[in-house]
Design a protein around this ligand. Structure first.
Ligand code: ZN
Length: 643
């Protein structure tokens, strides 16, 4: 008999906290509670760690008093998988003189069981009141690994006593607070995701403070190893060495995991494999999975498959060989019971010879000619800003197949016998489940059902959080070389459509080398028209030609590069086939003129280098190429044009 038993431990990490010097790298704001009204023209909207000083310090008896940072309680689908590593160097000490952490870990990792739970939205709450100092919200949020991933979505809050808390790995576009805003303890600030260096959906909560601009973690947990006062208002009990617990279990067939029982990616389990309604007695092998917890090295885990009459069909066992707060195990034994007993079979799971769980599955005499479809488990279609369609090969194994889509959104179709096509979504929601039923000649018994999930990561976490998003494309003349652009931050503003065009909201974002960015506007409303305008530190302020309207739950797209008429007053410059925002307004007075040219000239004469406002082409040297841009636009009297 061929079996596979695999046990994999959960790993969770977080990026280090070194602050990049590059101004365009991330979006930061320094603000304090007493002057939190954001100034939209300020170019110093930048988080500078040097101005964050140690005010409370690690021994301050005041300090923050954290509430549990999630809406759900610890026993409601959440697992603490790592505490803070309080020991410098190569060893691990958690606050309780144990090792429930990994080396160098500065926070507390609170994990969801799987991505289907993430799709149900686990709210993160401000553990302590304070000012929002930093938000990042646009990165992909379903990572299952540590390499080649975008940065984490995160929030940094500064508390009244001068201490700080980071909330890491949030779901894309789920941040519900705004830079500079003062949030009260208990307010929902975002949703749990798996953005950044993260293997599972989890919140990395990290307390600390700055000393001369350098981040210092502060373990909020008090115990046998960390004697500092607890920073929790009501510290949860230590979860290291907890008793064995079977969190979840299930049954799957070959088709649900893509047809290869011997090579199942762990990401399939993290997506949580769907359980079939019925298992054919002719399945060659079937699979069982467990999600378990416990510090129980040397203890036995036993699987038993029992027929509907209770008799033992097959069993196996293994021994736990390390600690785990969270681990997956699966077993894929030979099945093929043919015309044996039908009805409610079940798998029993025993820990140390004590039954811990039982999972029933319905076995029926489905014919061996039953059709099969082979997508991957819990296949997720993902839409990003530039990929608006996806296809999936259903791959029937029989001729004369008929397909039926159940509960599918309008833009999902089976375009021929085996290709399921997902075109541009029009659902307003982030996730959506539907089924494909394949049958031979429409037979009710000769059929197979697959479940699919659409995940549209460009969508806000729900239709009701009030944030509207703008997918914007623009090129900055100086930084665009005809094929790509030197990345930089721009400020995207929304203004009312009528004079005096009051400011409604703004977002400072990094615009990528392909000219794209995503701006989020918590203060804007769907169904209302706004002017969109762009500011950049040495470019001409540029307004969109006409007002634009956001629709509930949908991102709005606007592209300045396709025609000069995209800008108010046709105020764009053609360069390399693309329409660009004029560069050269170094002093931001709304015109490129001799003043700007002389500023560039002056910096050339003293050989200025680096990220300077007079460096129009972004090559970190102020030189003749910058002078040429400013000269040309000054000669042509380039000025801001606005309603
Ligand atoms: Zn962590």
């Amino acid at each position: 008999m061929k079996t596979v038993i695999i046990l994999l431990m959960l790993q969770i990490s977080v990026l280090t906290f070194g602050q990049s010097e590059k101004i365009g790298d991330e979006l930061y704001l320094y603000s304090d509670k007493n002057s939190s009204q954001p100034n939209c023209t300020a170019e110093e909207i930048k988080f500078d760690p040097a101005i964050h000083e140690n005010i409370s310090g690690p021994l301050n008896m005041g300090g923050p008093s954290y509430d549990w940072p999630l809406k759900a309680a610890l026993n409601e689908g959440l697992v603490i998988v790592n505490y803070v590593d309080d020991l410098a160097g190569g060893s691990i000490k958690d606050y309780n003189d144990n090792d429930w952490s990994y080396n160098g870990h500065n926070g507390t990792d609170i994990c969801l069981h799987d991505f289907r739970n993430m799709d149900r939205f686990y709210a993160i709450k401000a553990a302590e009141s304070g000012v929002v100092i930093q938000t990042v919200m646009n990165n992909f949020d379903r990572n299952t690994g540590w390499s080649n991933v975008d940065p984490a979505n995160k929030i940094l809050i500064k508390h009244d006593d001068g201490s700080y808390a980071y909330y890491y790995h949030l779901m894309k576009k789920s941040v519900t607070v705004k830079l500079g805003e003062y949030v009260q303890k208990g307010r929902i600030i975002g949703y749990v995701g798996s953005s950044g260096v993260s293997t599972d959906a989890h919140l990395h909560f990290e307390s600390g403070y700055f000393v001369n601009g350098t981040w210092n973690k502060r373990d909020p947990w008090q115990g046998d190893y960390n004697h500092l006062p607890s920073q929790w208002a009501d510290q949860e009990a230590y979860v290291g060495n907890t008793a064995f617990k079977l969190h979840d279990m299930g049954v799957f067939t070959s088709s649900l995991i893509g047809g290869d029982m011997d090579n199942i990616p762990i990401s399939y389990f993290k997506e949580r494999i769907f359980t079939p309604n019925t298992v054919s007695g002719y399945e060659g092998r079937i699979g069982f999975w467990l999600q378990l917890q416990g510090n129980n090295t040397g203890k036995q885990i036993r699987y038993e498959i029992r027929r509907s009459d209770g008799s033992l069909f097959d069993d196996t066992y293994f021994y736990l060989n390390s600690q785990a707060q969270f681990a997956w195990s699966w077993w894929t034994p030979t099945f093929n019971v043919g015309i044996g007993t039908t009805g409610d079979w079940y798998v029993r799971v025993l820990y140390d010879n004590v039954e811990k769980g039982r999972y029933f599955f319905d076995v029926q005499l489905l014919t061996s000619n039953r059709p099969r479809m082979y997508p991957v488990a819990a296949k997720c279609f993902r839409r990003s800003i530039f990929v608006q369609r996806d296809t999936l090969r259903v791959r029937p194994v029989r001729a004369n197949m008929q397909y039926q889509l159940v509960n599918a959104p309008p833009n999902v179709s089976l375009t021929n016998d085996s290709i399921l096509t997902i075109s541009t979504f029009d659902q307003p929601f982030r996730s959506y489940d539907f089924k494909v039923i394949g049958s031979m000649g429409g037979s009710a018994s000769l059929r197979d059902t697959m479940l699919y999930k659409l995940i549209d990561t460009t969508k806000n976490h729900s239709s009701g959080n009030g944030i509207v998003s703008l997918e914007l494309k623009s090129y900055l003349e100086g930084r665009y070389n005809g094929s790509s652009m030197e990345e930089d931050t721009i400020t995207v503003l929304l203004r009312s459509p009528l004079s005096p065009y009051a400011l409604v909201d703004y977002d400072k974002v990094l615009t990528l080398s392909n000219g794209t960015c995503i701006a989020n506007f918590p203060n804007a409303s769907s169904g209302i028209y706004y002017y969109i305008l762009i500011r950049h530190r040495n470019s001409i302020e540029t307004w969109a030609k006409t007002v634009q309207q956001f629709q509930l739950g949908y991102p709005l797209s606007y592209n300045f590069t396709t025609s000069k008429t995209k800008a108010y007053g046709d105020n764009l410059k053609l360069k390399g086939g693309e329409y660009c925002i004029y560069s050269g307004d170094v002093n931001q007075d709304g015109a490129v003129d001799v003043t700007d040219v002389s500023m560039v000239d002056n910096d050339i004469s003293i050989f200025v280098q680096g990220y300077e406002v007079t460096d129009l082409d972004g090559d970190n040297f102020v030189d003749a190429s910058d002078q040429a841009i400013a000269d040309n636009n000054s000669f042509n009297f380039v000025v801001k044009i606005r309603p």
